[in-house]
Design a protein around this ligand. Structure first.
Ligand code: HEC
Length: 124
């Protein structure tokens, strides 16, 4: 039955697609990881986080961001997806009012660039 086989193949594709999204967050559209790294240095995320590739004090107020690209959740609560991460890095309290992570002043484009850099941090 060709139709049934096609449906089965479609279902397989769906399953594989979902699995991919979970393991490897999508890259940010229209964002630049190199610019993001410079923004991270300028606004001082390193005061609270260890961030590979960023020369800063490597603070321990927040969790290390080493391997962050492979994490399923942001702050243990939100799906680690590009648009959500871009909002988190700019205004975490708007997602999680009780969080210890402050809002950090930056433009929306800068937040997307920052998120793109964080997605380069896979566990090596
Ligand atoms: C004043 C300290 C502080 C600063 C500055 C700060 N953060 Fe955070 N960050 C935190 C804390 C605390 C948490 C944990 C929040 C929670 O679990 O609710 C956190 C959580 C995070 C997370 C989620 C980590 C995880 O393991 O799920 C990311 C990503 C993140 N911060 C990125 C950034 C970026 C990018 C910047 C700079 C734009 C930044 N942070 C600036 C304190 C800070």
């Amino acid at each position: 039955m060709p139709i049934r086989r096609a449906a089965a193949a479609g279902a397989m594709l769906l399953v594989c697609g979902c699995a991919d999204v979970e393991v490897q967050p999508q890259p940010m559209a229209g964002a630049d990881a190199g610019r993001g790294r410079r923004v991270i240095e300028q606004v001082g995320c390193g005061a609270c986080h260890l961030i590979p590739g960023v020369a800063w004090p490597q603070g321990k107020v927040g969790p290390t961001l080493d391997g962050f690209a492979e994490q399923a959740l942001i702050a243990g609560r939100f799906p680690n997806q590009p648009e959500i991460l871009a909002r988190w890095v700019r205004d975490a309290p708007s997602l999680s009012p009780q969080t210890g992570m402050p809002a950090v002043p930056m433009t929306e484009q800068e937040a997307r660039d920052v998120a793109a850099y964080l997605y380069t941090l896979d566990a090596r």
